[in-house]
Design a protein around this ligand. Structure first.
Ligand SMILES: Cc1ncc(C[n+]2csc(CCOP(=O)(O)OP(=O)(O)O)c2C)c(N)n1
Length: 928
């Protein structure tokens, strides 16, 4: 790898001119080609004995015809017949008329030299326009001229363009498309009949999507796809579950009747049926494709990065670098696709090493309305799909009333994706037959549209009439299909009465061997995570070895030397070294490690240096990749939080044996990813029975850096904690950090782990560990004792705290010669180590005061989380103090002051207050 790693192929815009010329010859009139075609036109005219004026006219006609053809390639989609309702008035752009290019009257029928364009040597302009209209202005409109890559353009052009280019399906193919449309329609109707007034967010009006997705699976299988991961919103989800993913009809009926999707004893909150996922295998022509639909929250498009991360993890597990074997498919609503920023973040991944998935197939169910909002109020761009142009993805607009055209578009899309490994979009124009949900009245807001929809025949009727006319089906064929499918559904409906989900599927496949924690959350469920000293030394040697051909920066060399000294003396191991040791030892044990975040390779604070950049060549050397056998990757992520965190969460779902970490640049930036935290990390297991061992590293601490760079908002995470859903920690020693990271992979269950990570402690002289703290029977400590404690019986004041404040408190206490105060650190805030605290409290029989000290304002930080928990343990210990006293900043709107002086004063005051050394605002008063 070098400093300038290859970017996406489409970023290339300096194609060699001869290649340009070759592609453009007769196809894409650049100056060179126009000259060439004009020269040929002249030659042909001369050969036929034309006069000088006629020769010039022939040359001019050719040039104008080339411009006409090019205009159709660029703008033909604007005149495509896309709207089934015909409500969108799309006038034929003037530059798509022959007149615009100078052809009128006789000129329309004069033969023009085309030099091979459209596969023709020569044709009249009338014929040329007729072909171009068929190619570019039919039921499919293609946008592709924004793509730089000539191969891609050629590929798409070849499939769309030419005299004989047509959408062709065999009679059997047409029948099976019609069958799927009928099933999709009847499925919605059946649900509407049986469950009157129940929300289903039906696909009604967009049913052509069903045969089209079938085509993606079928042709995807032929082009090497073995697994397809789907993400989608509410619209049509039940239809996709039933008719594409083959979730048993009876299971869905049972859920409609109020049954749970999982056996009752599994617990969790469950979720509404149109958010649930499923997985199945489908087979076409003997080729099996595994399908999985990822469960998602109501928050539109939030599942997109999760799908992509999951896909990439599966590709990496399969050793598939190109991404051919696992296909991500994202289905979108038009309003959400245009409106939600996460869509752009996900397109942003498509060309980035470490995040791309070899192309995602996007399908927009463009029903031309979002709840009650019409498109002109929902977006500024002509199409909902324009966001895809940022990465030069081709876009196929297609009329949803023509299921053949939609199926053709999907077939082309999967072929393109498998060939070029790039994203592609299908924008299916359709309509929503009912309201946003079936109980919702659409005519309040879209009366004209709905007057038209009421008159509009279903897709099956339109398509059946066409096939009857073509002699592909007999009259009455559809009735037979309807009857057969309804009988099937009635049978399934009956079977649903006694249907019981047999087992939850969450600990299968990659998750087998893992389960739920057996122990109650208050019990100690620690595991020994110490490693043999020899292993530490071996890894230390690799971490500090500079290969002779790597010229590292001179400051880095000093850092490496200091690290070597740590290993040699077995003393003073710092934070970054502990982290590298955690990674290295896990790699040794066969657990891959993936760390992703902004500037994570070096580390925001220049602390990590996991990537060494050769100062002469710009090449990268990553010591942790030399450890093996498992794979280490550290990725400098794009500047996104929502997208990247979602991606890493998706990875953690697919691959529980990899330690997956996401790091925020500063902890406060995590707020941009709040949707992923609320909807997936905190609640995913409860809602969908999907566990995750994802780790979040959030730099946090009050160091006078102002409101934004001080707080990772631990209070938000703690407020989300319940039901043993995740872990929140703030570690203060390198060894404890080492152990908590290793523990993540060493237990037989997985829970997300949120760590408030330090900034000043990265280089604090006391925040170091000894080599012995990493070895033998050592393990993660949920509570850390005072390093210089008074005897238990002497302790009058117990100060509880977490994070780097502990070091400041200890220093101040020691400086004051205070021999009655003990400072104890709560390293894991949730699950709260209450019983371990109780054991300590019971030993401190002469306690007068128990204080909770924090740097964060009182309405933030940990106080509201810890107060009742400490109070409970004080009660159980039956000590004199009944409640903890608060010592910290007053409630505040802003997390911290921006003024360094004020910060220092506040910090000094709260430390003095916590220790009871001040006459300043009494801790007692604050507690009231
Ligand atoms: C982030 C987010 N904001 C708002 C909503 C509420 N909401 C649900 S569906 C919907 C309209 C979606 O329109 P569109 O994407 O076009 O899909 P359609 O329902 O038309 O299929 C809205 C606003 C939501 N689910 N998620």
């Amino acid at each position: 790898m070098t400093e300038r790693e290859p970017g996406p192929s489409w970023a290339r815009d300096n194609w060699p001119l001869d290649e340009l010329d070759e592609l453009n010859a007769g196809l894409d009139p650049t100056r060179m080609t126009i000259e060439k075609v004009a020269a040929e036109a002249r030659e042909t005219a001369v050969a036929s004995g034309a006069s000088a004026a006629e020769v010039e006219r022939a040359a001019n006609d050719s040039i104008c015809a080339m411009m006409l053809i090019r205009t159709y390639r660029v703008r033909g989609h604007l005149a495509a017949d896309l709207d089934p309702l015909g409500l969108v008035q799309r006038e034929m752009p003037a530059d798509l008329t022959p007149e615009f290019h100078g052809f009128t009257g006789d000129a329309l029928d004069r033969p023009v030299w085309l030099g091979g364009a459209l596969g023709l040597e020569q044709a009249s302009v009338r014929e040329v326009v007729e072909i171009l209209r068929r190619n570019y202005c039919g039921k499919v409109g293609l946008e592709y001229m924004h793509i730089n890559d000539l191969e891609e353009r050629r590929f798409l052009q070849e499939r769309m363009e030419g005299k004989d280019a047509e959408i062709v399906f065999t009679p059997e193919g047409k029948q099976s498309i019609l069958t799927k449309v009928v099933q999709a329609e009847q499925w919605e109707k059946f649900l509407a009949r049986k469950y009157v007034g129940t929300k289903r967010f039906g696909l009604d009006g967009g049913e052509s999507m069903v045969p089209a997705l079938e085509a993606v699976i079928k042709y995807g299988g032929q082009y090497g796809v073995v697994s397809m991961v789907v993400g989608m919103a509410h619209r049509g989800r039940l239809n996709v579950l039933a008719n594409v993913m083959a979730k048993p009809y009876r299971a869905i009926f049972s859920e409609f009747a109020g049954g749970s999707a999982n056996p009752e004893d599994v617990g969790g909150s469950g979720d509404v049926k149109y958010h649930l996922g499923t997985s199945s295998d489908r087979e076409f022509d003997g080729i099996k494709v595994h399908l999985s639909l990822v469960p998602n929250p109501s928050h539109l498009e939030a599942v997109d990065p999760v799908v992509l991360g999951k896909v990439r993890a599966q590709q990496i597990s399969r050793g598939d670098i190109e991404g051919d074997s696992v296909l991500p498919v994202l289905l979108h609503g038009d309003a959400a696709f245009a409106g939600q920023g996460i869509v752009s973040e996900c397109f942003g991944f498509s060309g980035i090493p470490g995040y791309n998935t070899g192309g995602c197939l996007h399908f927009v169910i463009n029903n031309q309305v979002g709840f009650t909002t019409s498109p002109q109020f929902g977006r500024s761009s002509p199409y909902p799909s324009d966001v895809a142009k940022a990465v030069q993805a081709p876009i196929l607009h297609v009329n949803g009333d023509d299921p053949e055209a939609v199926t053709f578009a999907c077939k082309l899309a999967i072929e393109y994706r498998q060939k070029f490994n790039r994203d592609i979009v299908i924008d299916m124009w359709c309509y929503r037959r009912f309201g946003h949900n079936e109980g919702d009245e659409p005519s309040f807001t879209q009366p004209l549209m709905y007057a038209s929809i009421r008159q509009h025949p279903p897709i099956s009727a339109l398509y059946a009439a066409r096939l009857e006319e073509q002699g592909v089906i007999e009259k009455g064929w559809v009735d037979g299909e309807v009857a057969a499918f309804t009988t099937l559904l009635e049978g399934e409906f009956e079977a649903a009465r006694s249907y019981l989900p047999n087992k939850a599927d969450w600990f299968e496949g990659a998750w087998s061997g893992l389960g739920r924690p057996d122990e109650a959350i208050t019990e100690r469920r620690n595991v020994t995570t110490g490693v043999p000293e020899e292993t530490v030394r071996e890894i230390g040697a690799i971490l500090t070895n500079v290969p002779p051909d790597v010229a590292v920066h001179k400051t880095l060399l000093r850092i490496i030397e200091a690290k070597r000294a740590m290993f040699e003396s077995g003393e003073g191991l710092d934070w970054a070294t502990a982290e590298a040791l955690a990674f290295g030892t896990l790699l040794r044990e066969g657990h891959p490690v993936r760390l992703s975040g902004q500037d994570s390779g070096r580390g925001t604070f220049s602390q990590r240096h996991s990537v060494w950049v050769d100062q002469n060549k710009g090449a990268k050397y990553i010591p942790l990749t030399q450890i093996g056998p498992a794979r280490f990757e550290v990725r400098d992520s794009p500047l996104s939080e929502f997208g990247v965190l979602g991606f890493e969460y998706g990875w953690s779902l697919a691959d529980p044996q990899t330690l997956v970490l996401w790091e925020a640049q500063f902890g406060d930036f995590v707020n941009g990813a709040q949707v992923i935290i609320d909807q997936f990390i905190a609640a995913g297991e409860a809602k969908w029975l999907r566990a995750s061992g994802l780790v979040l590293l959030l730099p946090h601490g009050y160091e006078g850096q102002g409101p934004e760079h001080s707080s990772a908002r631990p209070e938000r995470f703690l407020q989300l904690c319940a039901d043993d859903n995740m872990q929140v920690a703030n570690c203060t020693t390198p060894a404890n950090y080492f152990h908590i990271l290793r523990r993540q992979m060493h237990r037989d269950f997985r829970k997300p782990l949120v760590i408030m990570t330090p900034k000043s402690l990265l280089r604090h002289k006391s925040a170091v560990s000894r080599l012995a703290d990493f070895t033998g029977e050592s393990h993660f400590m949920r509570i850390l004792s005072d390093p210089s404690p008074p005897a238990d019986a002497d302790v009058k004041r117990l100060v509880l705290c977490t994070g780097k404040l502990a070091y400041e408190l200890i220093e101040a206490r020691d400086k004051a010669g205070d021999a009655e105060t003990s400072i104890v650190r709560i390293e894991q805030l949730y699950p709260f180590p209450g019983e371990a605290l109780l054991a300590r409290l019971k030993r401190m029989t002469n306690l007068e005061d128990v204080v909770w000290a924090q740097e964060e304002p009182k309405n933030q930080g940990y106080w509201t989380h810890v107060e009742p928990r400490i109070e409970r343990r004080l009660g159980e210990a039956d000590l004199k103090p009944k409640r903890p006293i608060y010592a910290g900043r007053e409630p505040a709107a802003s997390p911290a002051t921006g003024l360094a002086k004020r910060h220092a004063a506040e910090q000094a005051a709260l430390i003095a207050d916590a220790l009871g050394h001040s006459n300043a605002p009494s801790a007692q008063r604050k507690a009231s």
